[in-house]
Design a binder for this molecule. Sequence first.
Ligand code: F0G
Length: 456
Amino acid sequence: MKSFPPYRVQVVREIPITTRPEREQALSEAGYNMFDVPAGKVTIDLLSDSGTGAVSAAQEAAAAAGDRSYAGSDSYYRFRHAVDDLTGFPHIFPVHQGRAAERILFSAVLAPGRISLSNTHFDTTRANVELLGAEARDLPCAEAADLDSMDPFKGNIDLAKLEETLAGPEGDRVGQVLVTITNNGGGGQPVSMANLKAVRELCRRFGVPFFLDAARFAENAWLVIQREPEYAGQTPKAVAQQAFELADGCVASLKKDAISPMGAIVGVRDPELAKRCEVNLIATEGFRTYGGLGAHDLERVAQGLREVVNPDYLRSRTAEAAHLAGLVNEAGVDIVQPPGIHALYLNAGRLLQHIPPSGFPGHALACEMYLAGGIRCVELGSLYLGEFDEEHNLVSPAPFELVRLAIPRRTYTEAHLEYVADVLATIAKNPESVPQYRVVEAPPLLRHFNLKMRKA
Ligand code: F0G
C-alpha cells in the first residue's frame, strides 16, 4: 500500500513564480552565491531542512498559549517533560539554535590543542571547534567513500581509526568524540546502533566523553529500524531513547527533528560539566529555563518532538525522499546511495564531467537548477571543502563534487518534487551546456556562505 502523510494542509503560503531573465538577474546580483539570493526569487527552496518545516495546528495552538514568565515558566516545564522523556539527560539547557549549543558545550570541554573526533563535523560544528583553537578531525567509515554502494550505515564512524587515535600518541589530546546522527556532512547517511555502542565502549575505555550531534535523531532511528535487523519492529521513540542512553550528552538543533522554526538543546549527564555550561548559557544565551528561546518556541519544540516520532510521519517522509531519488535516477543523475531522508546528494562530478573540480561542477549544477527552474540548493564539493590559495585558486579539491537537495518537512507535495526532477532531467539531457565558475572573493572561515563567484 502506498504510504501517505498523516496530516492535511490547513494553511498555505504562495511561492514565487519567476521568469528566466529575472532569475539570471537575481543570481548575478547575488554574486552567484545561493545564500544571497532573496527567497522571494526562489520557487522551490531545497537549501535547507532547518527551521523550514511546516508547523502543525497543535504546535501553533500550544505556541499561542505559551507562558512568558522570566523564570520557570509553564512552557519550560512542558519543554522539559518532552525533552527528558526522549533523551533522559539529567541536565538540559535550551538554546536558540544548534550552533549555540555547540559553542556552549565545546567551550566547556575543549581548549587550544585539543582534538574533536567525529564521523563528520557539520560546518558550524567544525567552526565552533576551530574557534576554540582545537582541531576538528573527521573519521568517516571506509564504506562512505563509495558513493554508489548500498551499504546501510555509511554514516558510521571508522571504529578502527577511532581506537588507533585514542590509543596512539595523540590520544591524551582528544577532548571529545562527537557522532552526528544522521551524518549530514557525509551524504545524510545513518549511523547504526552497533556503531554507537562500540563508540561508547571505546570512549569509556579511554576516558573521553562521547556526545551525539542529534539534530536528526528521529530520522536516524527510523533508518535503524529499517536497516538494522535487531531493531526491526521497535518504535522510533524507543530507538532514539536507546541512542541517547549510550551518550554522555548531546547537542541537538531542534530546527530539524523537532519541526520547530527555532531551538536547540545541550544535554549532559555530568553535573560539573553542566555547571560550566550553565554559566556560559546564562551569560550569553539566557536564563536556564528559556535559554535563547521564547515561550512559543519552547512549546513548538515540545509538541514537535511528539509529532516527529510518529511512525506514519517518518514512513511518509522517507517515501517522499525515496520517490524523489527514483525520479532523479530516472533523469539520469546519480545520487549518494542509498537515499537517506532529509536530503538527496547529487553526484554533480559524474554528471558534469566536462567541468574539472577547479570549475566547481557542484556549484555549476546548483546554479543551473536555479536558472532553469527557480530551484535553490547548495554545493557540497570543492567550493565547500576544498583548499584554496590566496588568489582563490583551488589547490586541493574535495573527494566528491556533490549538490544537496534538502527536503523541508511537511512542506512540498509530490508534484513539487516531480517538478524538481523534471528540471534536473532537462539539464541532464544536455550537461555540456552548463558553464564553469570561478571564485572572485572568499573569506577563510565559513567560506561558502560569503563567497562571490563569476561564470568562467
Ligand atoms: N549539526 C548538524 C548535523 C546540522 O545539520 C546543523 C545545521 C547544525 C548542527 C547547526 O544547527 O542550524 O540550528 O545552528 N544544519 C542546517 C543544514 C543549517 O542546512 O544542514 P543550527
